[in-house]
Design a protein around this ligand. Structure first.
Ligand code: SF4
Length: 432
């Protein structure tokens, strides 16, 4: 018997997807239109007018007035990071901690962009103050940056963190405040002890901004491209949702990051299942590898309160195919032109002999969360984002090394089940 909560949006796993398609088709994946935000709630006005001074840690609670917190003095962090840092109590399924300290800039005005899949998007002003919004399925507590640094610096040798990441948002002050947050960190913590990543905001950044972040000790620069085609980008984070981002600007930032940070020190986030074909997604992944970079992948999950919260999560068969193919391209030297795709753009052949492919599947690394590396191996991400793209009851990205039962489930989802070692539905839930 498992005590895992199996609630959440229905996931069309393992092998069907909406209407039996086996993938999230483009005509289905349409965001709803953003509603009008009342003037009294725009730009964090309620928070600014209430003017409640923050008093240390703030845990998101939309039943009380949100304090007026502002970077660079304050930052938000993932629930996993706050638990690991000892700021809040909690436990995560089969994980004792997270290896990445994700810091998110925060302002009463919040992010000024309106990305359709994102819990932080501007349209949410209508229902929730910025620091109270869920993002990648969890709350993001806020704390003074000085306290975050104090806690790490107090016992650097014992820190569980393998990496720190500053997540910029779209705000007029975010370029300058990222520099200040970074300096607050590097004044006390050697970047060689805990390498630093920047999750950038290309819409406001210049080449000089990127150079400055590199010179200040950042190790890896990433761009949240998220969409795999110009049309999906525009529909989900450009003009389609009154958001300021453009495909061209984001690619320009990726090219600048390659020039400034160098091979394997830059990458792009991609979300699988927003209406692209698997062939389109793999083409972007190959482009990034050909440039010398990496892709960091997320499985689309309908974030509550977002403009896509009515849509289905990515069917697990689609997700696993792309997850495995991305690992082959990023770390195993396989090229997309060795793979074969069917008429709907689905991966029909991974381009490797069955025995080699089976060994890679069995190692399980391909199915772990992808992101900037930690201290274990280049292909094991520090940024494990526990349950950021799925509930623990139907894991998309494993924040731990998949166990034998998890791998039986993965093989089942991939259509690679071994008759002599079949998956028993739900067996992995009884382990934890
Ligand atoms: S820019 Fe980033 S934080 Fe802002 S709405 Fe888009 S995805 Fe969310």
């Amino acid at each position: 018997m498992s005590c895992i909560n199996r609630e959440g949006p229905a996931i069309d796993s393992p092998a069907t997807g909406p209407a039996g398609a086996g993938f999230n088709a483009p005509d289905r994946m349409q965001p709803r239109a953003p509603a009008r935000v009342p003037e009294a709630l725009k730009n964090g006005r309620a928070v600014k007018e209430a003017g409640h001074a923050p008093e240390g840690l703030y845990r998101p609670d939309y039943r009380v007035m949100t304090p007026a917190m502002r970077s660079p003095e304050y930052v938000q962090m993932s629930t996993a990071a706050a638990i690991t840092l000892g700021l809040v109590e909690g436990r995560m399924y089969n994980c004792s901690c997270t290896r990445c300290l994700n810091l998110l800039l925060t302002y009463p005005e919040g992010c000024r962009a309106n990305c359709a899949y994102c819990g932080l998007a501007r349209h949410r002003e209508a229902e929730r103050n910025y620091a109270d919004r869920n993002f990648i399925r969890v709350d993001w507590p806020a704390a003074p940056m000085a306290e975050v640094v104090d806690r790490i610096a107090a016992d650097l040798d014992a820190t569980p963190f393998h990496r720190m990441c500053i997540s910029m948002i779209t705000h007029p002050n975010s370029d300058e405040d990222t520099v200040t947050v970074l300096k607050t960190w590097t004044d006390r913590i050697d970047p060689d002890a805990i390498p630093i990543s920047i999750l950038s905001n290309p819409t406001t950044m210049t080449r000089e901004d990127i150079v400055r972040l590199k010179e200040m000790g950042s190790d890896i620069f990433t761009v949240a491209l998220d969409a795999a085609s110009p049309a999906i980008f525009d529909r989900t984070r450009g003009k389609g949702v009154q958001s300021p981002h453009s495909w061209a600007t984001y690619w320009e930032a990726i090219h600048m990051a390659r020039d400034i940070f160098g091979p394997s020190r830059f990458g792009a986030h991609l979300i699988v299942g927003m209406g692209e074909t698997e062939a389109e997604m793999m083409e972007v992944i190959q482009t990034l590898v050909d440039m010398g970079g990496h892709s960091h992948m997320f499985c689309f999950y309908p974030e509550k309160g977002s403009l896509m919260d009515h849509l289905p999560a990515t069917p697990r068969d689609q997700w696993r195919r792309v997850q495995l193919a991305r690992y082959l391209v990023d770390y195993c030297g396989v090229r997309v032109d060795q793979m074969r795709f069917d008429d709907e753009g689905k991966i029909a052949d991974f381009g490797l002999p069955a025995s080699e492919l089976a060994a890679i599947v069995d190692s399980g690394i391909a199915f772990r969360t992808s992101g900037c590396p930690g201290k274990l191996a280049e292909d094991i991400s520090a940024c494990d984002r526990p349950y950021g793209d799925s509930p623990p009851s139907d894991i998309a990205s494993y924040p731990f090394a998949p166990r034998p039962a998890d791998l039986r489930k993965v093989r089942h989802q991939l259509g690679m089940e071994r008759p002599e070692d079949p998956y028993v539905p739900g067996e992995e839930l009884d382990l934890g």
